[in-house]
Structure formats: structure tokens, C-alpha cells
Design a protein around this ligand. Structure first.
Ligand SMILES: [Zn+2]
Ligand SMILES: [Zn+2]
Length: 161
């Protein structure tokens, strides 16, 4: 499952909960493993087959066609050129670029530098890579802040001035 709309994951999760169905039951019904469904509902479609997603969508009456919007093509080109890579959680690692907003210090992870081969450890400092948002478990995407829960990926210290 390559191109995944996080909105669809959320809607399927919501629909499943509204139907009071457990992940185990639904996973068996669409022919996937419960952990794969769990990951999928959190926006990570790497462990679920496209076939299972289609069945899920059909079961809950959710359209898999992303709402068409101008500029979507340009976005998907950027997204597909970046491999699913982890970021380094070490705030002092050179793969995390510091920047300041309103006196607060943030880190923008450079995932290509920390995880050039889809490995398990940071290529720069050897720290174990993180591939999910530490706060909500959503798939990590480019940028410094999780678009699901709004928390920064790398824990940062408040600036002193
Ligand atoms: Zn590192
Ligand atoms: Zn998050």
C-alpha cells in the first residue's frame, strides 16, 4: 500500500469503533493481521495489503479516492521521492537541525541523513531510529512536528532567552 491518505485511516478507525468491532474481528474479515490493521489505523500502511484496505473501505462505506485538490500532484511527487525512513531522537545529533521559534528551540530531523538505507540505527550517531511519532504513534513524515498530534518529533529544551 503505497499512497495512503491519513484521513482514510482515521475514518476507517472511527467507523470501526462506531460499529463496535474489534481490530481482531475486522482484521480476520478483510484478511490481514491485527497489528497490521492497528498500524494502518495509525496512518502506517506498510504492513497491510492494498486488497485488505479496499475491503476495509468497502465494509465501512468509505471512498478511497482522495478528494481532488489542485496542487495535489506536486505534493505526491515530493512525498513519493522520500523513502519511509526513521529519524534520530538524539537532540544533539547532527542529523537534527536546530531552529528557534519564539525563543523555543526545535529540531528538524533530516531523515535522509539519519536513515539513508532504511536501517535501525542513526547513520551519524548510532542512536536507535524512531519511525513513529513518539507521542501518538502515527507514521513519521517530513518536517519537525507531527501533523497528527502536533508534538515535535525530537524532544527539545526550552531556550534560555
Ligand atoms: Zn543520530
Ligand atoms: Zn504524533
Amino acid at each position: 500500500m503505497k499512497k495512503l491518505d491519513p484521513d482514510i485511516c482515521r475514518r476507517i478507525r472511527t467507523a470501526r469503533k462506531a460499529a463496535k468491532l474489534s481490530q481482531d474481528v475486522v482484521a480476520e474479515e478483510v484478511g490481514c493481521k491485527q497489528p497490521a490493521l492497528s498500524m494502518f489505523e495509525q496512518g502506517d500502511g506498510t504492513k497491510i495489503s492494498e486488497e485488505a484496505v479496499v475491503k476495509l473501505a468497502k465494509k465501512f462505506g468509505i471512498s478511497l479516492d482522495a478528494p481532488s485538490s489542485a496542487g495535489e500532484d506536486a505534493q505526491s511527487v515530493v512525498a513519493s521521492s522520500v523513502p519511509a525512513a526513521g529519524f534520530c531522537p538524539n537532540p544533539n545529533c547532527p542529523t537534527n537541525h536546530a531552529y528557534r521559534v519564539d525563543g523555543l528551540e526545535y529540531r528538524r530531523p533530516d531523515r535522509a541523513a539519519a536513515d539513508p538505507v532504511g536501517g535501525r540505527f542513526c547513520a551519524m550517531c548510532g542512536e536507535a531510529l524512531v519511525k513513529k511519532c513518539p507521542s501518538c504513534g502515527a507514521s513519521v513524515h517530513d518536517g519537525a512536528v507531527c501533523s497528527f498530534c502536533g508534538n515535535p518529533y525530537v524532544a527539545v529544551l526550552q531556550g534560555r532567552g
